[in-house]
Ligand binder design. Structure first.
Ligand code: ADP
Ligand code: MG
Ligand code: ZN
Length: 546
């Protein structure tokens, strides 16, 4: 029975996807065009915007998957403006809502926001506006928490629904519904009742998170299986992707960034992402001591100070902002020419989004990621408690370690997009010049590492990744070394790459321990160690030619 239902739903979504949504022959098409030019002052729609709006205006449930900055908000704002009733916009963050409200007010659109912090008068105006057929209230932004808690709001919604004033629900960052997503919000669960409570009111879900597993989960949660799913391309043809080996020595690393800012990116605007607040402050100081004009941005700074940094960067007084990922929301600078990751990101989603702040104007821009194995372990202790935290981090690691694939193809595969080799047009380091690499069997090295680990276990000790690699290279604490393990003949970077590969393939595993001040990670044998113990077992990987 379930299968019959699934088939029917699949059929429905197939039929929906075959309809031509990309036309201007709907009854509202003329109004839509007029509002686009007169209210929003936008000359041309972007890919999938028209399709999304037409489907939602036709009262179909839609999920729109589009990269950040692609223009998802317009897909509910414009329909809201040309409809008679109200559009309810559910959004997870007050800061995001404030940005949008600010924009809409400048266009003279009546939009309001409900949150636990909303002033009493606003709340009152919204509650009456919802059920006043003469009101010009078009959009009400609300957090899911507020919805779940406020009976008053829900009862007004019901009244508005009976009056046929409820045009649609737009659910922004809809991946928050799914616990497989990278930021699951329990409060989004409440949205599961909307479909049955407000029958016939279309739901439009919007997200930049693509995996099919998450989208299916979201559809189930919202009870809109069989809805139309629209997917925009994630390819950013004007971005050049590059991964550099990050020097272990701090000064050499700094020199590398200074050089980039003083030569290749001279007179150009950019962002440098760091992992921690401390790092962002340190790097800012260091770059300034080399005469560079940069600002620092992170969550612990006063809002006024942050605004100042932001506007100095916008005006070009600062060449770059050195920031934690707190720098992101609402950034709308079109001519960002470079994004440097001082450390790899927590996930491919994060990396794509952060690097994607470059080149919004379509001009050629560069995204450089500085990779070092040891940085992985700084991040792993931060994310290992999340359900999919490590899995996401290791995917990022695999992106850095890959010796042969086009960077773009890896990103496309991650976002479950089809890919042809010619799509890159030499816009990544791998396609531009084929790096000298070689394939090796890491099986024996894996067994050597197990020997080192076994010795530590016997001595009732644990090895951090650094200590493990040290012992392998015959360095560090003498008692950790194993006489029968030969010192590798290849450079340490290759040794690190081998450890990285063994980790993502499950031959090694991180073992987390809490200490009084911090979380530590140690290396132990992974779930696949049984296989590797067999002397004939091969583990083929690609590393730098040495
Ligand atoms: P998303 O939610 O997908 O990350 P936004 O909706 O915030 O993206 O839009 C990003 C920027 O693109 C905004 O400044 C918006 O005004 C602009 N924008 C949206 N659609 C268009 C369009 N068709 N033409 C030009 N600019 C657009
Ligand atoms: Mg958005
Ligand atoms: Zn490429």
């Amino acid at each position: 029975k379930q299968k019959l239902k699934d088939d029917a739903l699949l059929q429905k979504s197939l039929t929906l996807s075959k309809r031509d949504w990309n036309t201007e022959s709907f009854s509202w098409s003329k109004d839509l065009r007029i509002a686009l030019t007169d209210v929003f002052k936008i000359p041309k729609l972007r890919p999938l915007q028209l399709q999304t709006m037409n489907a939602s205006m036709s009262k179909e449930d839609v999920i729109l998957i589009m990269p950040t900055g692609g223009g998802k908000s317009l897909c509910f704002q414009l329909p809201a403006v040309i409809s008679k009733g109200v559009t309810i916009v559910v959004s997870p963050l007050v800061a995001l809502m404030e940005d949008q409200l600010h924009g809409l007010h400048k266009l003279n659109v009546n939009a309001k926001m409900l949150s636990s912090k909303a002033p009493k008068d606003d709340v009152k105006a919204i509650m009456t506006g919802l059920i006043d057929s003469k009101s010009d209230l078009r959009l009400v932004y609300v957090t899911p928490e507020y919805m779940a808690k406020s009976n008053r709001f829900m009862s007004k919604l019901q009244k508005a629904f009976e009056m046929k004033r409820l045009d649609r629900f737009a659910i922004d960052e809809v991946h928050c519904c799914s616990q497989w997503g990278h930021d699951f919000r329990p409060d989004y669960k409440f949205l599961g009742i909307l479909k049955s409570m407000f029958q016939g009111v279309p739901i439009l879900g919007l997200t930049a998170t693509a995996p099919a597993k998450i989208i299916v989960d979201v559809q189930k949660m919202l009870d809109i299986q069989g809805c139309l799913v629209l997917r925009a391309s994630f390819n950013r043809p004007n971005l050049f992707y590059e991964v550099r080996r990050k020097p272990a020595d701090k000064d050499t690393c700094l020199e590398m960034i200074v050089n980039l800012l003083k030569s290749r990116f001279q007179g150009k605007s950019g962002i440098i992402y760091t992992t921690t607040i401390k790092e962002s402050e340190q790097l800012t100081t260091d770059l300034r001591s080399h005469g560079l004009k940069v600002g620092c941005y992170h969550a612990m700074l006063e809002p006024e100070y942050r605004t100042k940094v932001y506007s100095k960067w916008m005006s070009g007084e600062y060449q770059a902002v050195v920031a934690t990922i707190a720098f992101g929301l609402g950034i709308d600078k079109p001519d960002v020419r470079f994004v440097i990751h001082h450390c790899l990101s927590k996930s491919m989603e994060n990396f794509y989004q952060e690097s994607g702040r470059a080149g919004r104007d379509g001009e050629k821009s560069t995204c450089i990621l500085m990779y070092r194995l040891m940085d992985v372990f700084k991040l792993s202790t931060m994310v290992f408690q999340d359900k999919v935290g490590l899995q996401n981090l290791y995917k990022m690691l695999a992106y850095c370690l890959d010796m042969s694939s086009c960077r773009r193809s890896l990103i496309a595969t991650h976002f479950e997009e089809k890919w042809t080799k010619s799509d890159c047009k030499e816009m990544c380091d791998r396609c531009r010049k084929d790096k000298k690499r070689k394939e090796i069997d890491a099986g024996q090295y894996c067994r050597y590492l197990y020997q080192i680990i076994a010795k530590a276990v016997q001595a009732d000790q644990r090895l951090t990744p650094l200590k493990l690699i040290d012992a392998w290279y015959n360095k560090g604490v003498a008692s950790s070394r194993v006489a029968s393990v030969p010192t590798p003949k290849f450079p340490r970077e290759v040794g690190e790459a081998i450890v990285g590969h063994l980790l993502i393939k499950g031959y090694l595993q991180e073992d987390f321990h809490y200490s009084a001040y911090t979380t530590l990670t140690y290396m132990k044998r992974g779930p696949k160690s049984g296989l590797a113990l067999d002397n004939d077992h091969k583990i083929m990987i690609e590393v730098d030619d040495y």
